[in-house]
Design a protein around this ligand. Structure first.
Ligand code: CAA
Length: 286
């Protein structure tokens, strides 16, 4: 199979990553099936895409007709069986190993033999996910960054079992979506989160130990290192539950204390302060 043979693109999970992926796939001209466990969740993802595209229309970046054309390519689904018509599926469900394993076992049953099953996991080993299926050669990591429509990178992660063909199709799809792919091996956190997350965790330690206020920590990294946003604001954008899950994966995977999650991060997650999506993380949101 080649990237040109992918006509129907499935996205499992319509949350902040899933709907962003659906948007870039639809904008590249593919027919998209956007699935979530409930129709209202799929609909919410669709509404978010419509909102972002409307903003692009207001800015004069696209016409109303172009916006409608993109939206018309997206079909909503609350039944995983709808993926039976997909040539390529990206799973962007919650960052929980058991949930992802089940989705991959189900997709393996539902999808035609040629279908490639990718995961947008930020840290779960691709090989472990591939092993849930009878097509480990057609399982790969396709890791988008948040916010998906803006960020240029797609980290492409091949498991030991991933075939060259699967890798090439994924690489070429990332290019088709207007992204720049970079290859990483299947080790905990891959490249992006192996480097990013310890920095965020260390920023949380600085807050925990009183080295600086949230504003001071973020200002130092924004203005001192030219980062577009400070690490605490970025943690809120990513989701503190996701940050904790990634730190746990690094800690588990390497058994190295340098990856221990900061207790303050854990306390926030236990309190349900997950960042922007819950209106409160290190900062408050409306
Ligand atoms: N969806 C779509 N578009 C968005 C958006 C979103 N959620 N948020 C911002 N944008 C668009 C804006 O509409 C704006 O577009 P125009 O240029 O067309 O006007 C553009 O992005 C810039 O936005 P703003 O002017 O509002 O704000 P900004 O200049 O501060 O940029 C930002 C916002 C793009 C989020 C920027 O702060 C940034 O790049 N931050 C760092 C993001 C980052 O590091 N992401 C990676 C996280 S790690 C990850 O995702 C992987 C993982 O596994 C955890």
């Amino acid at each position: 199979m080649k990237a040109e043979d992918v006509k129907v693109f499935g996205v499992v999970g319509a949350g902040q990553m899933g709907h962003g992926i659906a948007q870039v796939a639809a904008m590249s001209g593919l027919k998209v099936i956007l699935n979530d466990i409930k129709m209202e969740l799929a609909q919410r993802g669709y509404d978010n895409i419509a909102k972002i595209l409307s903003r692009n229309v207001d800015k004069g970046k696209m016409t109303v007709e172009e916006k409608e054309a993109v939206l018309s390519k997206i079909e909503l689904s609350s039944d995983l069986k709808d993926m039976a018509s997909a040539d390529y599926v990206v799973e962007a469900a919650t960052e929980n190993e058991q949930i992802k394993f089940q989705i991959f076992r189900d997709l393996d049953e539902i999808c035609p033999e040629h279908t490639i099953l990718a995961t947008n996991t930020s840290s779960i080993p691709i090989g472990r996910i591939a092993a849930q299926t009878k097509r480990p050669d057609r399982v790969i990591g396709m890791h988008f960054m948040n916010p998906v429509p803006v960020m240029k990178l797609v980290e492409v992660i091949r498991a030991l079992t991933t075939s060259d063909e699967t890798f090439q199709v994924t690489w070429d799809l990332a290019l088709k979506f207007g992204k720049t792919p970079a290859e990483a091996s299947d080790y905990p956190g891959f490249i992006a989160n192996r480097i990013l997350m310890p920095m965020i965790n260390e920023a949380i330690y600085c807050l925990y130990e009183g080295v600086g206020t949230r504003e001071a920590i973020d200002t130092v990294m924004k203005l001192g290192m030219n980062h577009p946003m400070g690490p605490l604001a970025l943690a809120d954008l990513i989701g503190l539950d996701t940050c904790l899950a990634i730190m746990e994966t690094l800690y588990e995977g390497f058994k190295d204390p340098k990856y221990r999650p900061c207790p303050l991060l854990r306390r926030y997650v236990e309190a349900g302060w997950l960042g922007r999506k819950t209106g409160k993380g290190f900062y408050e949101y409306e």
